[in-house]
Design a protein around this ligand. Structure first.
Ligand code: PMH
Length: 393
């Protein structure tokens, strides 16, 4: 692997590197965890694969043993189909009942949790259509899903009577599976079991039952039924810092963010840097300019709380405000223009992890790659070999 080798395929010196081998290893790791059990792995690739690239991540995940994909929106599912993915896909959010024909045409499973949705959807289906749905139960996340016995009974009745809608799964989502305090998780799990009993009492059986996000899948393999929805840890990231030490295998972070210095200059003491002139040099300082800014999702907060980058393994702190397309760092010494800078990832024995960056921004690791915008090209590696590049069209 030559760092920055893909930069001939686009025309800016900022890029993401996605290590597809890391994604594959993370999938294989969880598969091994379930080697004694029948378990379907749904790879969660919503939000363009948490900013990594949904199509490329999907292919890698499917190669490594995932057999189902999960997205948030019908548009995201259609984009995967357009990209040639034919694996089963579930849309986790609400799809308009008027759009069900598209889901049928492209063999996309939808999430259902409203009786009037079922009634409306049927009006948009032909008698020969089969729409696969996963019924969402709200066991305590408070987001979407059925809660009451009466509404569950009613929807089960409507689905049983339907010739066009087929119940493929029942699922729920946990709010606190990544916490040390497991009381609320246990409560949600118990509620889910009770709801499942209500449904089973009606003689209903379904191919899949699922409730396991990464935290549940990695910590509680005995509570995941026969499908897991594996998101953040497929990307090699811990679901939370408080459970990082107890993960059952070493996750491999797939995402790195790099750029090249576009300008290097020596300034004497007392010179100002960037908008608002909030930073002033205190002695002779080497200042480097980076071609990335808040319009790329490199938000202004990155310059706070001791934010820094790595230049040939050495730390260089941000100075002054981050601009729309550029920002500045104080270099430990003179470096040449075009020197590679690491904003997230490993560099010569040093590392800025996604967790480091998230802590600096007072947020969670999930958010960081999601907000690195499409203006930053994604370059894909397998076994350290460059395999493809995705850039804005
Ligand atoms: N299932 C559903 C319904 C989800 O919303 C998510 C993640 C996952 C599975 C995967 O979870 P994991 O990434 O922890 O493995 N959803 C979100 C969310 O809405 N905000 O942050 C993560």
């Amino acid at each position: 692997m030559v760092v920055g080798e893909a930069t001939q395929s686009f025309f800016r010196d900022t890029w993401v590197e996605v290590d597809l081998s890391a994604i594959e290893d993370n999938i294989r790791g969880v598969k091994e965890l379930y080697q004694d059990k029948e378990m379907t792995i749904m790879a969660i690739v919503k939000a363009d694969g948490y900013g990594h690239g949904a199509l490329e991540v999907s292919r890698a995940a499917l190669d490594a043993g995932a057999t189902f994909l999960g997205v948030a929106l019908l548009d995201e599912a259609l984009k995967l189909r357009k990209g040639g993915i034919d694996a089963p896909i579930l849309v986790l959010g609400r799809t308009r009942p008027t759009d069900v024909q598209l889901a049928v045409m492209h063999n996309i499973s939808l999430t259902v949790y409203q009786l009037d949705w079922v009634e409306e959807a049927q009006k948009h289906l032909q008698p020969t259509d089969t729409l696969k749905v996963h019924m969402k139960l709200d066991s305590g996340m408070g987001r979407i899903g059925l809660r009451e016995k009466k509404e569950i009974d009613e929807i089960i009745e409507a689905l049983s009577a339907s010739n066009t809608i087929k119940l493929e799964a029942i699922f729920t989502h946990f709010a606190t599976a990544d916490e040390q305090d497991l009381r609320y998780f246990q409560e949600q799990y118990q509620r889910f079991l009770t709801m499942l009993e209500w449904i089973q009492a009606k003689g209903i059986t379904v191919p899949y039952i699922h409730c396991g996000n990464s935290a549940t899948a990695l910590r509680f393999p005995d509570k995941t039924f026969n499908m897991i929805r594996f998101g953040i840890s497929m990307y090699g990231l811990t679901p939370s810092l408080e459970i990082k030490a107890e993960l059952p295998f070493q996750l491999k972070q797939a995402f790195s963010l790099r750029c090249r210095l576009t300008h290097v200059k020596k300034l004497p003491a007392g010179e100002a840097i960037s908008y608002g002139a909030t930073y002033r040099t205190t002695e002779d300082e080497w200042i480097g300019t980076l071609p990335i800014g808040y319009a790329d999702g490199w938000l202004r907060y990155h310059a706070s709380n001791g934010g820094y980058v790595l230049v040939e393994g050495e730390e260089a702190p941000f100075v002054g405000r981050i601009c729309m397309d550029q920002c500045m760092v104080r270099l430990p010494k003179k470096f040449d223009v075009d020197t590679v800078v690491t904003l997230i990832g490993k560099d010569k024995g040093n590392e800025i992890s996604m967790d480091d960056v998230a802590v600096r921004l007072n947020t969670i690791n999930y958010e960081i790659p999601c907000v690195i915008g499409p203006r930053v090209p994604r370059t894909y590696y397998r076994q350290k070999e460059l395999v493809s590049v995705k850039n804005i069209k």
